[in-house]
Design a protein around this ligand. Structure first.
Ligand code: M6R
Length: 359
């Protein structure tokens, strides 16, 4: 039931602070130690490479997961789109371990990969929002997202829950391998900061509605740019906008624009810059300036410590590995309001189904 909300999507965006708290209490002890079954960690410890398999928004959460597993557990990690992996399997490492990310646990493209891998006797984990879903039943291990039912076709709280479960698992694996960075990573405290930060963004949602009205009402195309983790959030942000507002939107690694795409910038094209990483903030800002010199309307989403006076949206600081949990919220709201203001059916975009059960 969506209660007083006009659409499930807005309700689900607003639920994210609580999902963070729920995951913290489900998967972290009072003292912050991760609670993950030993058998799963042992299987992962035997592996020399993790392969994350997913589609759509879950794929974008997987890209952030690669950062988490490589930084906190020091295991090389690859991320693959399931519909590609199923028919063009890359050369695998000696001891691969597979992680399926799927809100529904029913995505046919991902299931096709799992069926193939099971035939080859490989071990896998499914991270899903739906207990007893097909992917969960057919893989060796399951971790639940505990996000509550996600009804809107556009995925929001499942994305942030997936990143959080990946962070918990990466910390658990890193700690069990004795990696100092994993031990020192105070995830319990950080998730508290994330929940409070998310709340402050959703409380200020009207600001984002104003930005949507000003820059997106008449736009026929839009770009999101960033580097590293911010690039991954750019991909997710653009998918959100295009699927519910039908504006042609693309996410780019900000350094790539000048290699071709900048030709598409016209007078007033909105370009959203995501700036949460200290080692690349300056570079992304100068890439934004290059677009402004060609007529673009730049809109910035920056973390507080990296913010400048004229930034449009400033989100609170958290550990740089977890900034997607905050920087994605304004992008979700931007997509929501743009769709709403166009009078579209936000929860049921054309041509799309909530769970994609065909290949
Ligand atoms: O249920 P899944 O996470 O496996 O679904 C994958 C995609 O179909 C899904 O994320 C899709 O991209 C959403 N409509 C994005 O908002």
């Amino acid at each position: 039931d969506k209660g007083t909300y006009p659409y499930y999507m807005l309700k689900e965006i607003d639920e994210q602070p609580n999902v963070m708290r729920k995951l913290s209490s489900e998967y972290l002890n009072e003292d912050g130690t991760p609670v993950v079954q030993d058998e799963l960690l042992d299987a992962m410890k035997q592996s020399d490479r993790l392969y994350i398999i997913a589609a759509g928004t879950s794929y974008h959460a997987g890209l952030v997961g690669k950062e988490l597993f490589e930084k906190l557990s020091e295991v090389p990690t690859e991320v693959h789109v399931s519909s590609e992996f199923a028919y063009n399997m890359p050369l695998l490492s000696k001891n691969p371990f597979f992680i399926f990310l799927s809100q529904s646990g029913e995505t046919a493209d991902s299931r096709e990969v799992l069926v193939n891998l099971n035939r080859l006797n490989y071990k896998s984990l499914t991270i899903t929002n739906v207990a007893n879903s097909t992917l969960s039943r057919e893989s060796n291990y399951t971790l639940l997202l505990h996000a509550g039912p996600e009804i809107s076709v556009a995925s929001t709280k499942a994305y942030t829950a997936q990143i959080t479960v990946e962070a918990i698992l990466a910390k658990a694996l890193g700690e069990s391998e004795g990696i100092a960075k994993a031990k020192d990573f105070n995830l319990k405290q950080q998730l508290g900061f994330v929940a409070t930060g998310m709340q402050s963004i959703v409380d200020e949602k009207e600001t984002i509605n104003e930005i949507s009205k000003k820059y997106f009402a008449d736009a026929n195309r839009a770009f999101y740019i960033g580097r590293g983790i911010d690039y991954f959030v750019s991909l997710e942000s653009s998918l959100k906008l295009k699927e519910i507002s039908y504006i042609l939107a693309e996410g780019f690694a900000s350094g790539e624009l000048k290699h071709g795409t900048i030709a598409l910038i016209e007078e007033d094209t909105p370009v959203v810059g995501i700036i949460t990483q200290s080692n690349t903030a300056g570079l992304t800002r100068s890439n934004l300036e290059e677009t402004m010199a060609r007529g673009a309307k730049a809109i910035t989403i920056a973390t507080e410590s990296l913010s400048k006076e004229n930034d449009d949206i400033v989100v609170p600081d958290v550990d740089e590995l977890l900034t997607p949990l905050l920087s994605v919220i304004p992008a979700q709201l931007l997509a929501y309001y743009t769709s709403l203001n166009k009078g579209l059916d936000v929860d049921h975009p054309r041509n799309l189904a909530k769970s994609v059960t065909v290949q």
